[in-house]
Design a protein around this ligand. Structure first.
Ligand code: ADP
Length: 385
């Protein structure tokens, strides 16, 4: 079939596209007009509806005079009042879109517009309104494309850059301040110089750590879809991390107790990333849960939903815990319960985001159980190999 196959038929000129497309297959179709339009019209309508319904984006096809010829489920979801044969302007509530249809019909030129809706949630869309000239009358095709995911990614990126800049600016401002003090008022004060240099070293170290965490995050993200394929044993990894954190534990007067099984716990993993993961969790227990005086690490094997076995490593502290409202957001980049405390502990706000990304790559997951005042348990689950 082509749009011009019998464009010379005078009956077609009278009925227009809607008349030609009215068929027994059309919702509310008029059987008499369908019969009058003949077999060709039945095929036209069914084919047009089939093509439109197969398109992934909302699509509405209009007659030259603005009446609806066909639309798909996506369009019906956007504009529930759409009816075949009705004027599109009745059903489409977006004034920008109605204006674009008018302009497309008047000028014969395709139009593109962006619009947003706030109900039920904020969504951004772009619509293409294409007037398609055909032998007799032509049609107007409206395609709507959802821009919401792109807008969200853009907002996240802008947010991320703002956060990173802020995180770097704070220690940088401290460094500049102390340099000026050392050049000026504290020039001849050896005690103050010693103290300020110590603070400056901590601030520089914090900046280095932030950059390190940012680079690790982007490296892990780049490899997000490459599943690690080397068998590694979790038990020595956790022991190694716990041993490496003994100095910090002594500083904070916290003991680390590792309750490890005698047999290996093999997973397919990236050793360095798993070390990083347990470092972050155990270090958080030592930093934020120091008042509880001990951090416990327990291993066990659990059944996953699909019946396969998983390794579970739980890192538990007995510190102040975390109030329920913070739990869902803890793995967001730069989210902290208490920004001042995190900074005082040398935190970057990226530790748990790193943990989440490492686990995603390993097809594992993290659960956090905590009640304010009762410590916190961070449990890591990884598929056993
Ligand atoms: P940070 O670099 O700030 O430690 P994380 O992503 O590792 O960043 O942790 C985010 C926040 O979660 C911390 O700032 C802290 O408020 C909270 N948190 C993490 N672990 C614990 C814990 N064991 N007990 C209490 N709060 C914790």
């Amino acid at each position: 079939m082509s749009a011009t196959d019998d464009g010379g038929n005078p009956r077609r000129g009278l009925t227009g596209w809607l008349g030609r497309l009215r068929s027994p297959l059309a919702a509310g179709g008029d059987a008499t007009a369908g019969a009058a339009a003949g077999v060709g019209a039945v095929v036209d309508s069914a084919l047009l509806d089939a093509v439109v319904s197969g398109l992934p984006d909302p699509v509405v096809v209009l007659e030259q005079d603005g009446r609806v010829i066909s639309f798909n489920a996506g369009a019906a979801a956007l504009a529930p009042a759409l009816r075949r044969g009705d004027l599109a302007s009745i059903a489409l509530r977006m004034p920008e879109l109605i204006e674009a249809i008018r302009a497309a019909r008047a000028t014969g030129k395709p139009q593109r517009i962006e619009f947003s809706a706030r109900i039920p949630s904020v969504r951004w869309s772009e619509a293409f309104v294409a007037p398609i000239p055909l032998a007799d009358r032509g049609v107007v095709v409206i395609t709507v494309h959802d821009l919401t995911p792109i807008h969200r990614v853009e907002a996240m990126r802008a947010d991320f850059v703002a956060n990173v800049s802020h995180e770097l600016r704070t220690p940088l401002a401290a460094l500049t301040g102390f340099i000026e003090t050392l050049q000026g008022p504290a020039r001849d004060d050896p005690a103050a110089r010693e103290r300020f240099l110590g603070i400056m070293r901590d601030q520089a170290w914090r900046m280095a750590r932030l950059i390190d965490d940012l680079l690790s995050l982007s490296r892990i993200e780049l490899r997000a879809h490459q599943r690690p394929d080397k068998p590694v044993d979790l038990v020595p990894i956790v022991h190694q991390v716990a041993d490496g954190l003994q100095t910090l534990a002594r500083d904070r007067e916290v003991t680390i107790e590792v309750d490890a099984p005698s047999e290996p716990m093999m997973v397919l993993g990236d050793r360095d990333e798993l070390i990083r993961l347990f470092e972050n969790l155990i270090e958080n227990g030592l930093k934020y849960g120091a008042s509880g005086k001990r951090v416990e690490i327990k291993f066990d094997r659990v059944a996953a939903a699909d019946g396969k076995s998983e390794a579970r490593v739980a890192v538990r502290d007995y510190g102040p815990g975390i109030a329920a409202e913070h739990l869902p957001r803890l793995t967001e980049r730069f989210y902290r319960v208490d920004v001042g405390e995190s900074r005082a502990q040398g935190g970057t706000g990226l530790g748990l985001a790193l943990v989440k990304h490492i686990l995603n790559r390993h097809q594992g997951r993290l659960t956090i159980d905590s009640k304010a005042g009762e410590g916190a348990t961070f449990s890591v689950r990884l598929p056993l190999s």
